[in-house]
Design a protein around this ligand. Structure first.
Ligand SMILES: [Zn+2]
Ligand SMILES: [Zn+2]
Length: 161
C-alpha cells in the first residue's frame, strides 16, 4: 500500500499516497482520506531518508460529551531506513527502520505515528462542557436546570438541615 521500490529512482523521489478508512485497522477511523506526501533521499550505505507530511482528519469520540468529532492531523515526519543486511546493533537502538529486497514500506511507521497521535482523553474542544451528571443533557447544546443548581449551590444537601 505504501511500498516504494528503491530501484525506481536514482537519488531523490517525491511520492503521494492516500490512505482510506479500510486501510487502517487499529482504533483509527479515517474521515474520508489521509494524504501522505513523502520525499525519499538516498544516502550512502543503502540509507534512505523519508521526509513527509501526513494530513487529513480522523474521527474520534469526545471523552466529555461523547459526541463524534473530527481531529485534524497535520504532522511532519522524518524516518531513516536502512537495508536490513547492513543494519548494525546501534541502528536498532537509534530507531532506524529496516527494509528488505529494495522495498521500503512506510505503512508500519505511519500506522505507529497515527496511534501515537491519538490523545488519551480526546476533547471536541478545549472548553467542552460535557454532559450533565444528573440528566445527561449535552451542555454544549443546552443548559439544563439541574446542572445550574449543582454548580451554583454546592451546599444544597447541607441546607436540608
Ligand atoms: Zn465534547
Ligand atoms: Zn441536567
Amino acid at each position: 500500500m505504501l511500498k516504494i521500490n528503491t530501484n525506481s529512482f536514482d537519488f531523490k523521489k517525491e511520492l503521494f499516497f492516500e490512505l482510506k478508512r479500510d486501510d487502517i485497522k487499529e482504533n483509527i477511523i479515517i474521515d474520508d482520506i489521509l494524504k501522505i506526501s513523502v520525499t525519499l533521499t538516498k544516502e550512502k550505505e543503502s540509507v534512505v531518508i523519508a521526509e513527509g507530511i501526513i494530513s487529513g482528519n480522523i474521527k474520534m469520540d469526545c471523552s466529555r460529551c461523547l459526541e463524534e468529532f473530527k481531529y485534524k492531523i497535520d504532522n511532519k515526519f522524518t524516518v531513516i531506513y536502512k537495508e536490513k543486511k547492513l543494519m548494525k546493533k546501534n541502528d536498532i537502538e537509534t530507531d532506524i527502520f529496516p527494509y528488505e529486497n529494495n522495498i521500503i514500506d512506510l505503512f508500519e511507521y505511519i500506522n505507529q505515528a497515527l496511534i501515537m497521535e491519538i490523545p488519551m482523553k480526546p476533547l471536541c474542544s478545549q472548553d467542552c462542557a460535557g454532559l450533565c451528571p444528573v440528566c445527561g443533557e449535552n451542555l454544549n447544546i443546552k443548559k439544563c436546570s439541574c446542572h445550574i443548581e449543582s454548580v451554583f449551590n454546592p451546599f444544597k444537601d447541607i441546607n436540608i438541615y
